[in-house]
Design a protein around this ligand. Structure first.
Ligand code: NAP
Length: 282
């Protein structure tokens, strides 16, 4: 990488950040397109978050990704929020042009699923009701899903999220129930989105949220877990003849959307995917 006086800086703020896959992914993209940008990771203590945003703005930094634990708190220091990011209540991308916050996590999942099928008019079952589920559920609504059924171990959390998504008026039908009802719910589903950490390394032999006998051939199964690449849930999906969507694609497309927000250019998806796979040894 050739950093010059003219180089534009984008980066990541979080705490910690040293294991992030984003610097190699974005720097590979800038290099492939011959763009005079560099992507750097900054470890920002929560008590310094306001200073970090003001400082970055003063330093003419072009954009940030935002990760744990700053995704919610950072909204207090922005001028503007993208509509869906505001509904989600969390930001993972900042554009310093107008100090505006976005959430590309949910779009990342939609784009990943769209490699296999569109989400418009589809009946989607979402397992889990945490941060990833929230981001993805609002974007499923925004992209025209027919219905969303949120299933969780803690049913109150599923109910609360379902209420928020319904209140957004982006979608007409949002249901909630216990994760134990998944077999019944999958019968009429087109897409299963699993946002629980089940099957994540080192717990690769966890019992997944659904097994092959609960799935049908027309089902698309997306697992947000990306390590291992082929989780126990995706193995079950393949066994059932259903179509798997890999978690790494969500990582890839959330990055690609951030890249577009900062630079105005389409991201080189193949280059970014290769850098991501190399970094994650996938
Ligand atoms: P989170 O906010 O902690 O939510 C976790 C959810 O999983 C909760 O609904 C929790 O249920 C449920 N859960 C946890 N353990 C469970 C178990 N043993 N059985 C059933 N349900 C269980 O976490 P998050 O930020 O949403 O992240 C969730 C997963 O998505 C993680 O594995 C993360 O790595 C992955 N992720 C991937 C990407 C990507 O780009 N591919 C991006 C973000 C996150 P309760 O409410 O009942 O506790």
């Amino acid at each position: 990488m050739n950093i010059k006086g003219s180089t534009d800086i984008v980066g990541l703020i979080g705490h910690p950040v040293e294991h992030s896959f984003s610097p190699p992914m974005h720097n590979a993209a800038f290099q492939a397109l011959g763009m005079d940008y560099a992507y750097v990771a900054f470890d920002v203590d929560p008590s310094d978050l306001k200073l970090a945003i003001e400082g970055a703005d003063a330093l003419n930094i072009k954009g940030f990704n935002v990760t744990i634990p700053h995704k919610i708190e950072v909204m207090n220091y922005l001028n503007e929020l993208d509509e869906v990011a505001g509904l989600i209540g969390a930001v993972n991308t900042i554009d310093f042009k107008n100090l505006k916050g976005y959430n590309t996590d949910g779009i990342g999942a939609i784009k990943a699923i769209e490699e296999v099928t569109g989400v418009c008019d589809k009946n989607v079952v979402v397992a889990g009701a945490g941060g990833a589920s929230r981001a993805i559920s609002f974007y499923l609504a925004k992209y025209g899903a027919e219905s969303i059924t949120i299933l969780n171990r803690n049913v109150d959390k599923a109910k609360s999220l379902a209420g928020d998504v319904l209140d957004s008026k982006l979608i007409g039908e949002v249901n909630s129930d216990s994760i134990l009802q998944i077999e019944d719910c999958l019968k009429d589903a087109d897409i299963l989105v699993d946002t629980t950490p089940l099957g994540m390394d080192p717990h690769i032999d966890d019992v997944p949220v659904a097994t092959s006998d609960m799935m049908h051939e027309d089902l698309v199964v997306f697992d947000a877990v990306y390590n291992p690449n082929e989780t126990v849930l995706l193995k079950e999906a393949i066994k059932a003849g259903a179509k798997p969507v890999y978690g790494i694609k969500m990582l890839l497309y959330q990055g690609a959307e951030s890249f577009k927000i900062w630079t105005g250019q389409d991201a080189p998806i193949d280059v970014m995917e290769k850098a991501l796979r190399d970094t994650l040894n996938l």
